[in-house]
Design a protein around this ligand. Structure first.
Ligand SMILES: C[S@@+](CC[C@H](N)C(=O)[O-])C[C@H]1O[C@@H](n2cnc3c(N)ncnc32)[C@H](O)[C@@H]1O
Length: 278
């Protein structure tokens, strides 16, 4: 089983608690701000029909729905029942496009051909076991001339909190766990490779841009550690006893010390965004 599949498997199997930690801690501090950058770059006009692939707890889906207004429509898909449960439990948004959630894998989308003006995918492609299959699906469901906007993290060294957290995971859970952790979200870091995938999948007008945003975890290392149940190492983290949890926290405190100011962690994260058209 590959490392990126480990992340995918944990997303698919994890419970609502793990995904709630993702939603409450990582989404407002990292994924919401990056979703706004993705939507700014791809350009969204009111009334479009939009698909959000690997929607997680509805991060991009809910934000694009606000930009589309009531005349638009959003369909949002994910593999993880727990992520979809968290998403579907959120309150409806006034004056936003309605959102329909579907459980399906990215390489077998449960939506019709040629139905969407815009397909979005934030931090999902790197996890898909069949990336070209998923891109073929993305292209299949777009209307002719429809556009895609896909965000994929740059190298883990350009997302320094997680580089440090990976080292802490390695100290406590061993090298294999560290390698698995590093190669999931940050496992597709080259802009050239991204462009080649989209070219091979027969997309046109392919461009890859890089965007960097600040990231702050005001709760310090413990706040970041509390998101690990949603990671590839989730089952091992959940199984740690009190000594193991203390060791992990101590390792994270040490690894993240360079980013700590008055108890808060301050750094940045970098993503690539692929813009393409059918
Ligand atoms: C890092 S989260 C990103 C979620 C969301 N796009 C966001 O911005 O918050 C990655 C998501 O990819 C989903 N995922 C992983 N493998 C998948 C697959 N093969 N098909 C569909 N979704 C998948 C996970 O369940 C998870 O919700």
């Amino acid at each position: 089983m590959s490392a990126s599949t480990d992340w995918g498997s944990n997303f698919a199997a994890a419970g609502v608690d793990a995904m709630t930690a993702y939603d409450e801690i990582l989404v407002p501090r990292v994924f919401d701000p990056f979703a706004d950058v993705l939507l700014d770059e791809v350009g969204v006009s009111p009334g479009l029909e939009v698909l959000d692939i690997a929607c997680g707890p509805g991060t991009v889906a809910r934000r694009v729905a606000q930009r589309l207004g009531p005349e638009g429509r959003v369909t949002a898909c994910d593999l993880s029942p727990a992520m979809l449960e968290v998403a579907a439990a959120k309150p409806a948004q006034d004056t936003a496009a309605p959102i329909t959630y579907r459980q399906c894998p990215a390489d077998e989308l449960d939506v019709p051909d040629g139905a969407f003006d815009l397909v979005l995918c934030q931090q999902g492609l790197q996890f898909f076991p069949d990336r070209l299959g998923a891109l073929a699906e993305m292209r299949r469901v777009l209307k002719p001339g429809g556009r895609a906007g896909v965000a994929v993290w740059c190298a883990i060294e350009e997302c320094p909190f997680w580089d440090a957290l990976a080292s802490a995971v390695g100290d406590v859970l061993g090298k294999d766990a560290e390698i698995g952790f590093r190669s999931g979200p940050w496992g597709l870091p080259e802009a050239d490779e991204l462009a080649r995938l989209f070219d091979t999948a027969d997309f046109g007008d392919v461009s890859v841009i890089r965007r960097v945003l600040p990231a702050v975890f005001e709760g310090g290392p413990a706040q970041l550690v509390s998101t690990l149940p949603a990671a590839s190492v989730g089952p091992q983290i959940v199984a740690l006893d009190a000594d193991g949890r203390s060791a992990l926290l101590a390792a994270a405190e040490a690894a993240l010390a360079p980013f700590k100011y008055d108890g808060e962690l301050h750094s940045e994260a970098a993503t690539h965004i692929v813009l393409a058209a059918r």
